[in-house]
Design a protein. Structure first.
Lengths: 100, 172
């Protein structure tokens, strides 16, 4: 019997791995992929809750998160293309224009 | 059987996401990410969310990953050079420790079993009465969530316009 806790622990593990990726990696594209991984792990826990609570709302939320993730991927990758065009690097330590 | 499948998919998901995070080459990371997305779709099927599993494969493994691979291909990236090594090691250490603390906290909450919310109306019998998961999602999406659904079209339009404007060579 797979319980809600199984899915939540798996989701927490994936979220943690994504957080490690965001904090440790310096390549902006890999950071971006880690953010997608974190979004996805939250989707998993929402679907697990949706099943546990006999409700469809969780699945509708996941649908919206997917939409936002798609929009975010398009915008984020466009920002990266224009960043790379201007600075010739995607290392986040060197992208510090807005740092005071 | 369900438990066995869950563990297989769970182990594959964790290993593939570790590969994503540790991969030196962004293309390898992107391919590991496809594995994570497919496994996630399998877990959605296990949870009875067939519509989301299909959407996951179409949107994530189809659209988003192709976008990522295209951008990686367009930008000839050098491998991640290790400048500022001492500062970077410091960041690495704290990044890993803080993430582990986060996972431990979530695990503690999950172990505490605080999730005792009231049950909704969509029991498996009701869902199969609708004709399946897709119909049940649609029934909620097009009634209670109709306005947010319409707003998502605006988000997508904005993303489209934004991506075109941002990647344009020069604005006239």
């Amino acid at each position: 019997m797979v319980t809600l806790e199984h899915y939540l622990v798996l989701s927490a593990l994936l979220f943690g791995i994504g957080a490690i990726g965001v904090l440790v990696r310096r390549n902006a594209i890999i950071i971006f992929m880690s953010i997608e991984l974190m979004l996805n792990s939250v989707n998993l826990s929402l679907v697990a809750f949706s099943k546990q609570l006999n409700s469809m709302d969780g699945q509708v939320f996941v649908f919206f998160i997917m939409t936002v993730a798609a929009a975010e991927a398009a915008i984020g990758l466009a920002i990266m293309v224009s960043l790379f065009r201007n600075k010739e690097t995607l290392n986040v330590d060197e992208i510090n224009l807005m740092k005071w | 059987m369900e438990l066995l499948l869950f563990y297989i998919f769970g182990v594959v998901a964790v290993l593939a996401s570790l590969g994503l995070v540790t991969g030196k080459n962004p293309v390898h990371s992107a391919l590991f990410m496809v594995v994570v997305f497919f496994v996630m779709a399998a877990l959605f099927v296990l949870l009875g969310a067939e519509f989301l599993a299909a959407a996951q494969i179409l949107v994530y493994a189809g659209a988003i990953m192709v976008l990522f691979l295209f951008v990686i291909m367009l930008l000839r990236l050098q491998p991640e050079e290790l400048r500022n090594t001492s500062r970077h090691a410091f960041q690495k250490f704290f990044g890993i420790v803080l993430s582990l603390v986060l996972v431990a906290q979530i695990a503690l909450i999950v172990r505490g079993g605080f999730f005792k919310g009231g049950k909704g109306n969509y029991t498996p019998e009701v869902v199969s009465g609708f004709g399946g998961n897709t119909e049940a999602v649609a029934a909620v999406l097009f009634t209670d969530y109709l306005f947010p659904f319409e707003l998502t079209s605006l988000i997508l339009l904005m993303a489209m316009v934004g991506a075109v404007v941002l990647t344009k060579k020069e604005l006239k």
